[in-house]
Design a binder for this molecule. Structure first.
Ligand code: FES
Length: 124
């Protein structure tokens, strides 16, 4: 059986655009974003591949003004919320690191073996 870690509840995600959680992945502390998108829950490591910054490093959001794309607030690179694929030309062959999720009875679990939840540190 796969190890699973409770990272959020569906109730927590109602009425917010995303939840930022502090995590440890492969023994490195970082953060992840969790959100609901087209009826499914998505999570990505909050790490823009352009200059290694969190997507919300300059503003308290990870979405563009229309709420249709993920957007890094540092230089404006945009990403497909469904796949994490970068849609900006400079990093067009790269994508955000996604985290496998499972939703059961209102609980959202992460199925990544090397991930530890440190804390829930931001609702936006
Ligand atoms: S650091 Fe994200 S767009 Fe530059």
């Amino acid at each position: 059986m796969k190890e699973k870690i409770l990272i959020a509840t569906t109730a927590q995600l109602q009425g917010i655009s995303y939840l930022r959680i502090a995590v440890e992945l492969n023994r490195r502390q970082t953060s992840a974003i969790v959100f609901s998108w087209k009826g499914k829950y998505r999570a990505y490591i909050n790490h823009c591949m352009h200059m290694q910054r969190p997507l919300d490093c300059q503003e308290d959001t990870v979405f563009d003004k229309d709420g249709k794309l993920l957007r890094c607030s540092m230089h404006g690179f945009v990403f497909d919320p469904e796949s994490g694929e970068c849609l900006s030309p400079v990093c067009s062959d790269q994508r955000l690191q996604s985290l496998k999720l499972q939703e059961t009875d209102g609980n959202i679990y992460c199925l990544e073996k090397r991930l530890k939840l440190i804390s829930t540190d931001g609702e936006q």
